[in-house]
Design a protein around this ligand. Structure first.
Ligand SMILES: C[S@@+](CC[C@H](N)C(=O)[O-])C[C@H]1O[C@@H](n2cnc3c(N)ncnc32)[C@H](O)[C@@H]1O
Length: 244
């Protein structure tokens, strides 16, 4: 086995947020696999094979990547943001568990700037105190688990970053998440809607949970719910470092 498999994060969108380590891996790759919109962010060049695929095909993509690397390719699987945050790194390790013959392959995971951190930086410092991240997609976990985690995160007064808040196939989940927060007494907390961060369509809007509406979120939005102390200063939103 002379090939390698690299699982790399492309950051939230802007080229300047791709790390030099990831750029170097892309420059020496023979094969790039990933969800089509992410693969399209890698410029084509002679000798580079691009393998775009659909977004529900993570496990198949991961198996294909392992096979290509075992055949000698310098294979890079790309994710947006960070590959370990609701992305391809876990899918590759799931595939590896099912295919022990590939366990000797050299595998690297290269971090990227995850959407939550890029969004927080644009808003100010809403993750400056304790926080958690929750994926609102119920494709791979029951909705009851999401509700329980939201309720407990609200009770523990974490700031909460929400990935995958709302899609065409899941139009109601985000509204239900808002209802859970209101029931938990968080209606007055600030909530940041950070859309298409680091792209030309970037938009940031901050309201309270009570003022938030379902349609303020889509699949290009990262939502950050502040903790009970999160406040505004000028145009910024931040969580103070001290909690009494
Ligand atoms: C499948 S998850 C992938 C997360 C990615 N691995 C990361 O670390 O950012 C996709 C979700 O990430 C968030 N997201 C990704 N890029 C974003 C961006 N540029 N602006 C806002 N949210 C983004 C959205 O919530 C989107 O629905």
């Amino acid at each position: 086995m002379t090939g390698t498999l690299t699982i790399a994060g492309l950051g939230p969108g802007h080229e300047a947020m791709v790390t030099p380590e990831v750029s170097a891996a892309l420059a020496s790759a023979t094969d790039i696999l990933g969800y089509a919109p992410y693969v399209s962010r890698v410029p084509p060049r002679p000798g580079l094979r691009l393998h775009p695929s659909d977004n529900r095909e993570e496990l198949q993509r991961a198996s294909d990547a392992l096979r290509l690397a075992a055949d000698g390719g310098q294979v890079v699987v790309v994710s947006s943001g960070d590959p370990g945050v609701f992305a391809m790194a876990s899918a590759v390790f799931e595939a590896l568990e099912q295919a022990p013959q590939y366990q000797a392959l050299p595998i690297r995971v290269l971090p990227g700037v995850t959407a939550m951190l890029a969004a927080a930086a644009q808003a100010g410092a809403p993750l400056g105190h304790d926080f958690c991240a929750i994926n609102l997609s119920d494709n791979l976990k029951p909705w009851a688990v999401i509700e329980k985690r939201l309720r407990l995160a609200a009770e523990a007064d974490f700031a909460i970053a929400m990935y995958n808040p709302r899609s065409a196939s899941r139009p109601d989940g985000f509204g239900r998440a808002l209802a859970v927060l209101k029931e938990a007494g968080c209606g007055g907390r600030l909530v940041i809607f950070a859309r298409a961060i680091s792209s030309p369509e970037e938009r940031i809007e901050t309201v309270t949970v009570d003022e938030a509406r379902d349609e303020m979120a889509d699949m290009r939005t990262l939502v950050i719910v502040g903790n009970s102390q999160t406040r505004r200063v000028g145009r910024w939103v931040y969580a103070p470092r001290r909690v009494e």
